[in-house]
Design a protein around this ligand. Structure first.
Ligand code: URA
Length: 230
């Protein structure tokens, strides 16, 4: 939201008074004086008029978890354990999941309190590469690579998947890179070429890799890792 809106949303502060407060250098964003009412301010920033806080900074959490097999990418469930149970209780109410993994899938899962940031991970237009190690029930046919590069038609969504690339690792194992995060995307792509996924492990999303994290453990992302997603 624009800073002038945040200031003038306060009871009793008109638009005109907000501009006067700004011009007088009495508004601070995260402890720096800000004169520009047009500046965009997120809910993760603190705004003060003199020494009075008029917007508390919401906590910004950016975590990566190595999701173990059998955990649901959900906040609560009465049948299965959820990934939230692996996170310390104080953080749980603030977090949502950026790019779910199926219950049987393992690997990199991102949790954040910043929904705008985490949505970028799966938005097709942003084209962040997601790398999966995939094992299949049957030998991976030679046409698979071409079909995935051309894109697979998803009847339900009436769309073609973005070009994906394959690196063969064995007769029934590949490293697959895709640029979207559609519902059961990898399973549906293999299904479309007459195969079936038997195990799926997400190794990375953009520059974020899950290497070095034990299954079930998580860590906070560095500021550099957060900004690498934009
Ligand atoms: N695609 C799938 O089919 N399942 C996942 O868990 C992730 C991507």
């Amino acid at each position: 939201m624009k800073l002038s809106r945040i200031v003038s949303n306060q009871n009793g502060v008109s638009r005109r008074q907000a501009n006067q407060l700004l011009a007088a250098g009495r508004i601070r964003v995260d402890d720096s004086v800000c004169l520009d009412g047009q500046q965009e301010v997120t809910r993760f920033q603190q705004v003060c008029i003199d020494d009075t806080v008029i917007q508390q900074a919401a906590p910004a959490y950016y975590l990566m978890l190595n999701k173990p097999h059998g955990y649901l990418s959900a906040t609560v469930d009465d049948q299965h354990p959820t990934v939230m149970e692996l996170i310390e209780p104080e953080l749980r109410p603030h977090l949502h999941i950026g790019g779910r993994l199926d219950r049987a899938s393992t690997g990199l899962l991102i949790l954040s309190s910043d929904g705008v940031w985490s949505r970028r991970l799966t938005e097709p237009a942003v084209k962040i590469p997601k790398v999966y190690r995939v094992t299949t029930a049957y030998a991976i046919s030679p046409e698979t690579e071409d079909r995935f590069r051309e894109g697979i038609w998803f009847e339900y969504e009436q769309l073609r998947t973005s070009p994906a690339s394959l690196e063969p690792l064995g007769e029934r194992e590949v490293r697959l890179t895709i640029y979207e995060g559609r519902y059961h995307q990898v399973k549906r792509m293999f299904h479309a070429v007459g195969n079936r996924v038997t195990s799926l492990h997400r190794e990375s999303m953009g520059g974020l890799t899950v290497d070095g994290l034990e299954p079930g453990s998580y860590r906070h992302l560095s500021a550099q890792e957060v900004s690498s997603i934009g």
